[in-house]
Design a protein around this ligand. Structure first.
Ligand code: PBG
Length: 324
């Protein structure tokens, strides 16, 4: 054939492919979510997340040292508190000596260079398992935002680097920014879950923290999977309100959203490869139906290609420990 263009020329060898690769994943891209539970010496594998553990704080500190030694520079903390501490006001979320606040203090002391981010939402502290305060069966926006703001300031008092509101209430980024600034925490950043969808892929996470909603679902605050443009509205609002990083969640089923948010965003954009995505890869690999390492690498790379500057993933350590 008389072809002028032969794109295959650039695929001829591994060296050449590496030379012309448009994207690459590195450990610098990762945010590692961690599940912290009460007690000492506790390390429990999460049944729906094979190879992933929840740990007591002492073990978490040791684990974060390992992460740092492997080049993983950022952790995102979630806590599991005793059911007796849960109510409909989020009181335990504000406890200056609560598990989250203790965790932030312990980690910033033991591994000060590791960037610590905390989840801001009420679900782990809510007797209803909802991200906000419930009144007459509804999740009320403005009173929730008030508590979330106090919660963020409380984490800042403990020394957090970034707060990560995952609740999807309206106006919470602006309120939290004002709250942090008012308390003198000008340098505490906000990673906003800007486009967080009401997704079935959070199932294993809710197992891990025992945080499934007690009634109904989260569709009155998390986004409708049918909507793409609405994500741009949410991201634009968050950026205007002071978000330092915006995030799209889940990951793979929403790559289109990620790429559109990247187009309009003036701040770094993160993707969250959520618990159900991790579980699917692990489960299929355990059956021998996909190669685990290859599936991990390909999915992580897809986030970079779609425009992610950062990736929250449960595969961070696996990636770092893999020979590549
Ligand atoms: C809670 C929260 C959830 C996740 C992160 N923060 C669950 C939910 O909204 O029900 C999910 C993370 C994952 O599945 O990996 N606000």
């Amino acid at each position: 054939m008389n072809l002028i263009e032969r794109p295959r020329r650039l695929r001829k060898s591994g060296f050449l492919r590496e030379l012309v690769a448009e994207h690459r994943v590195t450990v610098n891209d990762f945010i590692t979510p961690l599940f912290i539970t009460e007690g000492k010496g506790v390390e429990v594998e999460i049944s729906s997340m094979p190879g992933y553990f929840k740990r007591s704080l002492d073990r978490t500190v040791e684990h974060v040292k390992l992460l740092r030694d492997c080049g993983l520079k950022c952790v995102l903390l979630f806590v599991q508190v005793d059911d007796r501490l849960k109510d409909n006001t989020g009181a335990e979320a504000l406890n200056p000596n609560g598990l989250m606040q203790e965790a932030v203090r312990a980690l910033k002391q033991a591994v000060p260079d590791v960037i610590v981010m905390t989840d801001i939402a009420l679900d782990p502290f809510s007797s209803f398992g909802h991200d906000g305060i419930v009144r007459e069966g509804e999740i009320v926006n403005d009173p929730t935002v008030e508590v979330l703001t106090t919660m963020a300031v409380s984490h800042a008092n403990a020394g957090v680097d970034f707060v990560a509101p995952s609740d999807m209430m309206d106006g919470r980024i602006g309120a939290i920014r004002t709250g942090l600034d008012g308390a003198g925490f000008l340098d505490v950043g906000i990673l906003s879950y800007s486009a967080k969808y009401a997704s079935c892929f959070y199932g294993p996470f809710r197992d891990a923290l025992d945080s499934a909603p007690g009634f109904g679902d989260k569709r009155t605050y998390q986004m409708d999977p049918a909507n793409g443009r609405e994500a741009l509205r949410e991201a634009a609002l968050d950026i205007e309100e002071g978000a330092d990083i915006v995030m799209v969640k889940p990951g793979l089923p929403y790559l289109d959203v990620l790429s559109q948010v990247k187009e309009i965003s003036s701040v770094p954009v993160a993707a969250y490869q959520v618990s159900g995505e991790y579980a699917m890869i692990k489960a299929a690999a355990a059956q021998g139906w996909v190669n685990e390492e290859a599936a991990m690498l390909e999915s992580l790379l897809s986030f970079k290609r779609a425009g992610a500057d950062l990736i929250a993933t449960y595969f961070g350590l696996d990636f770092a420990q893999m020979a590549h």
